[in-house]
Each structure stands twice: as C-alpha cells, then as structure tokens.
Write a protein that binds this ligand. Sequence first.
Ligand code: DAT
Ligand code: MG
Length: 199
Amino acid sequence: MVAVPQCFVGRFLFSGLRASSSRTLSCAQRTWLHGRARSHSASSDIPGVKERTLVAVKPDGVQRRLVGQIIKRLEQRGFQLVGLKMVQVSEELLAQHYVALQKKPFYPSLLRYMTSGPVVAMVWEGHNVVKSTRMLVGDTNPAAAAPGTLRGDFSVHVGRNVVHASDSTEVAQKEITLWFQRSELVDWECCDHGNIYHP
Ligand code: DAT
Ligand code: MG
C-alpha cells in the first residue's frame, strides 16, 4: 500500500476536494480517509447495520452453477459477505435446522435433497438484511415467487427451490450459530460504506 502523507490528506479533507480526489486513491486509502473524515458514520452507529442472516445455496443451486448469480444479487443490493463455505451437510445439522418441519410429510425427501450434494453456506450483513434477503429470495413455493426474485427466476418446484434464507432475526442468529463457528465469520467494513449508508 502507498503511504498517504498527512499534509496530502489534510489538503483533501479541508479543501472540499476529497470526494473527487479520492477517485484516484486505492480502496485502502479511501477507507483510511473516510475513517479520518467521519465522526459518527461508523457502521456501529447506524441502527441495525450489523444485522446478519444465513443464506445457503442448496444442492440444486450448486449443481446448476447458480452460486455466482446468487452472490451477485446480494452484493449488488449492497449487502456485505461476512462468511462463506462449501459443506456437505449432515443429517444431524439438518435435523436442528429444520426442527419445525420434522412432522411434515415432505421432511424425509427434504433431508435426502439437502444431503444430495454440497451446499454453499453464507452469512450476509447489513441494514434489514433478514427481511430484504427474504424478499430477494421470494416465496417458498416458486410458483408463487415473483419474477425477479431468486426462486421466481431460477426454480419451478417447492422441492427444488435453490436457496435458503433465514426468516426472522431470531432464527437468523440460531442458524448462523448452527452453521458457522465464530472464527469463520469476519468483522470488516467495506470501503464503499459511505455510499451505501447515510450516517
Ligand atoms: P422457506 O425455505 O421459504 O423458509 P420453509 O421454512 O417453510 O420455507 O420450508 C423449508 C423448505 O422445506 C423449503 O424451502 C422447501 C421445503 N418445503 C416446504 N414446503 C414444502 C412442500 N410442501 N413440499 C416439499 N418441500 C417443501
Ligand atoms: Mg424457513
């Protein structure tokens, strides 16, 4: 990284040219500049900005090479990836994940489906990320999922609906703890934070 001299930074910060000039700086330099310039727009000061949710590309989504498109939709919305791994899910984990569905007639086929191949599990962070991600994912039944949603665009049958997303903040916390170790999640602030959030 190129060091940013103090006098150079001072000129930008106080001459009013910071926004246009920072276009020529590296991401790390912009982050540093924003950190110096902001007094109260750090993410921890914005209510709910640290909300997290579990998103999992199910085995059909992985087999159909949809991982990239699903990540793209969450990234382009402005959410931030804080955890990512590919896993062959165990029946024990799924039994806890789908505990509310254990009495449903489709439960055995749901277990077979979810263990049929690898799953890409992710944790995404951002303001209202749980609700917004559910809207991006769309209705459980793809037939009812609106066009433009992931399920509405990429799936046909409820038994192969390509992606999972936590349905409430409480469930999200439980699911993240179930799927991820604390050490697998990264606390970081994206250098475009100031363009996504109003302080
Ligand atoms: P969601 O995944 O939208 O949160 P859910 O928690 O009610 O929906 O169900 C979990 C998954 O179980 C769902 O994504 C697909 C499967 N499933 C739900 N209802 C089903 C049904 N009637 N037949 C087959 N699979 C079903
Ligand atoms: Mg659910």
